[in-house]
Design a protein. Structure first.
Length: 364
């Protein structure tokens, strides 16, 4: 693979297939992402800044066996440029203080750079891994000074333990195996909650996303897709996202449940044009529940390629004045009456549905 051109494709594949050893933090509002992924013997650190007037990408690629390193930088939509490492010298010794602390490894223009080992003042190994700009990066191993045994092995981002790693006690026994966030182990089944003042960011290891009542965003779209490959539950409260006209969930392979409260995504008529709610390509999604008056004045509601879906519940006046409803590729579950659909017809005004299309399956 040509990393300079195909870096996005590779990252998408890596997070999808190796999500247990990936930690990517995504800013939902602007699409920025940062984190580290391990795929076999290869580790990739990614920083993708998509803030206003910026669109910078930096990738650091290291190989655990041959200790190679590549750094690529550039802008989205352009071929990345590989950093010139022709002056990188390996197996150099750099004294870090007068008492004997030293680095043995890569040096670039007189600075510690790349793979090597840190030794303390008593010639005991502290760290075996990659350092760039004075910080531990990508992957490394820390050692107990008392015993010389491993203390930590795993991923790093920006100098701290981030991503997947293993902690050991003084005797070499595993005491924690899992994700780290800024040097702290975070356990399993992680829940993230967005409150009124929360930044719209989420980590790829989060299992449950809960959004509290009244949450709003200035963005016109809310798109949940790669790399949120661990998400199993999405729960959105009441009166949320009144300015969001395009809500899309796409390709979340672990997602099982989507629940949306009352009066969320309730649009002003001036925001109606091209508005949509789309949920697609979620292999394990079983249930969708939309509360009353949510998605009022949304033009289109689409469910596509949801082979495990067994329940759709739309409460009072949800999707009021929706023009188009499309159910596509539902794996014959509708024909076999394996999907429970409650449109709450006595309350949902069906006169405004100009098109109801169920492709590949027909409701009788």
């Amino acid at each position: 693979m040509d990393w300079r051109k195909d870096w996005r494709e590779y990252l998408t594949t890596t997070v999808s297939k190796e999500m247990k050893e990936c930690m990517i933090r995504v800013n939902i509002e602007n699409g920025s992402m940062s984190g580290v992924c391990k795929r076999g013997e290869e580790v990739v650190e990614v920083t993708w800044n998509r803030r206003e007037n910026e669109n910078n990408v930096e990738l650091i690629l290291v190989h655990l066996k041959n200790h190679s390193i590549r750094v690529l930088k550039g802008s989205e939509g352009e071929e990345l440029t590989e950093m010139d490492l022709s002056e990188l010298v390996e197996n150099e010794i750099v004294d870090l203080n007068v008492d004997g602390r030293r680095w043995e490894g890569g040096v670039l223009k007189e600075d510690v750079f790349g793979y090597g080992r840190l030794y303390d003042e008593e010639n005991r190994i502290e760290y075996d891994g990659w350092i760039i700009e004075g910080k531990k990066r990508c992957y490394g191993i820390e050692y107990w000074s008392d015993t010389g045994l491993m203390k930590y092995s795993g991923c790093y981002f920006n100098g701290l333990k981030n991503g997947y790693g293993i902690l050991y006690d003084l005797k070499g026994n595993v005491i924690y195996r899992g994700y780290f966030n800024d040097d702290c182990g975070i356990g399993e089944n992680i829940e993230m909650k967005w409150g009124r003042n929360s930044e719209l960011s989420i980590d790829s290891y989060v299992v449950t996303l809960m959004i509290t009542n009244g949450f709003s965003s200035a963005n016109s779209s809310l798109i949940l897709n790669y790399p949120l490959m661990s998400l199993k539950q999405i729960e959105i409260g009441n009166d949320c996202f009144k300015k969001v006209s395009q809500f899309v969930i796409d390709g979340l392979s672990e997602l099982e449940s989507v629940k949306i409260g009352w009066s969320s995504f309730y649009l002003d008529k001036s925001l109606r044009r091209d508005s949509k709610c789309v949920i697609m390509n979620c292999d394990r999604l079983k249930e969708i529940h939309v509360g009353g008056f949510s998605f009022c004045y949304c033009e289109s509601f689409e469910l596509k390629n949801l082979p495990s879906l067994i329940s759709i519940q739309l409460d009072e006046s949800s999707f009021y004045q929706c023009n188009s409803v499309i159910f596509e590729s539902m794996n014959d579950r509708m024909n076999n009456k394996q999907i429970y659909i409650d449109f709450n017809l006595s309350l949902l005004d069906m006169r405004f549905f100009k098109e109801i299309m169920i492709q590949e399956n027909r409701m009788n």
